[in-house]
Design a protein around this ligand. Structure first.
Ligand code: CAA
Length: 281
């Protein structure tokens, strides 16, 4: 499958999507969000894909925001349409009933932070940076930042980032609950010693970073696929409703799982003290 702004690869049930505009620090223009929307429709209906990882091309940025060059050409109508199209793409990621992890390998600013927040989990490289700097451009976030950030980190911390427009590092993002984990990994020579570049800085090991995240996702994918999808649905829909409606939804989905083969396999495997072999049926 060929895209102009994305690289796409599927191996062992895991799709890896690379936002591939390194010359613009992987900024999201409308072509890129439209390709993301198309790709996530494909992923949703492809039984060979059980989970996905999103990463940015190069080692410097995950995504440095919506494309400011394109944004500078917008007016009230086209500006609104631009963000509605981006929101639609990110909603497809958030509502995909298969786990999606953002592998935040550098700057995740504005639309990049918003893209990471639409994923189910976020793992940051130690040099990653997060922020919603839109107010410095005279804008507000448009790909869900005013909505998903307070849901993830609470209203006070979200307003601090949204109003201040400041940039935080990976350790701070972990401390406030914006990311699930931070992975520190640097390239080594054959003796196991960390390599440094001409500026004396350690060199980020992108392949090792990605393989750490693949291992994390593989662990999740040993569980029952339909149950994983229902967890995502229950959490997403539950956060949009009152507690009693959320609990009813949970009970409905719980009951529904008894129509699957996997629920019987899961409980039989437990009782027979063996590993479950789930088939997603
Ligand atoms: N849009 C378009 N191009 C971008 C971009 C963006 N968001 N971010 C970086 N680039 C481009 C730069 O213009 C530059 O291109 P040229 O070489 O053609 O000038 C190239 O990427 C490399 O960037 P820098 O030279 O700026 O790299 P740096 O290391 O000096 O700085 C940075 C890195 C701090 C991330 C800086 O690029 C930056 O501040 N980028 C903009 C971040 C931002 O404001 N994001 C929010 C966008 S608005 C938004 O996202 C709205 C929304 O919610 C939908």
């Amino acid at each position: 499958m060929e895209f102009d702004n994305l690289l796409y690869d599927v191996k062992d049930g895991i799709a890896t999507i690379t936002i591939n505009r390194p010359e613009a620090l992987n900024a999201l223009n409308s072509d890129t969000t439209s390709e993301l929307a198309k790709l996530f429709d494909i992923i949703a209906s492809d039984d060979n894909v059980l989970g996905a990882i999103l990463i940015g091309a190069g080692g410097k940025a995950f995504v440095a925001g919506a494309d400011i060059k394109e944004l500078s050409t917008k007016d009230p109508v086209s500006g609104r349409e631009f963000v509605l199209a981006g929101q639609e793409a990110l909603n497809k990621i958030e509502n995909l009933p298969k786990p999606v992890i953002a592998a935040v390998n550098g700057f995740a600013l504005g639309g990049g932070c918003e893209l990471a927040m639409a994923c189910h989990l976020r793992v940051a490289a130690a040099h990653a940076k997060f922020g919603q700097p839109e107010v410095g451009l005279g804008l507000i976030p448009g790909y869900g930042g005013t909505q998903r950030l307070p849901r993830l980190v609470g209203k006070g911390r979200a307003l601090e980032l949204l109003l201040g427009g400041g940039i935080i590092n990976a350790a701070e993002a972990f401390r406030i609950g914006l990311v699930n984990a931070v992975v520190e990994t640097y390239k080594k020579d054959e003796t196991g010693k960390e390599i440094t570049n001409e500026k004396g800085r350690k060199v980020f090991d992108r392949d090792d970073f990605l393989s750490n995240i693949q291992e994390m996702l593989k662990g999740i994918l040993t569980k029952a696929p339909i149950a994983l999808g229902y967890v995502i649905e229950a959490v997403n829909r539950g956060l949009e409703t009152d507690l009693s409606s959320g609990l009813k939804l949970e009970a409905d989905l719980f009951g529904q799982l008894y129509t699957t083969e996997d629920v019987h396999e899961g409980m039989n495997a437990y009782l027979e003290k063996r590993r479950a072999e789930f088939r997603g049926k």
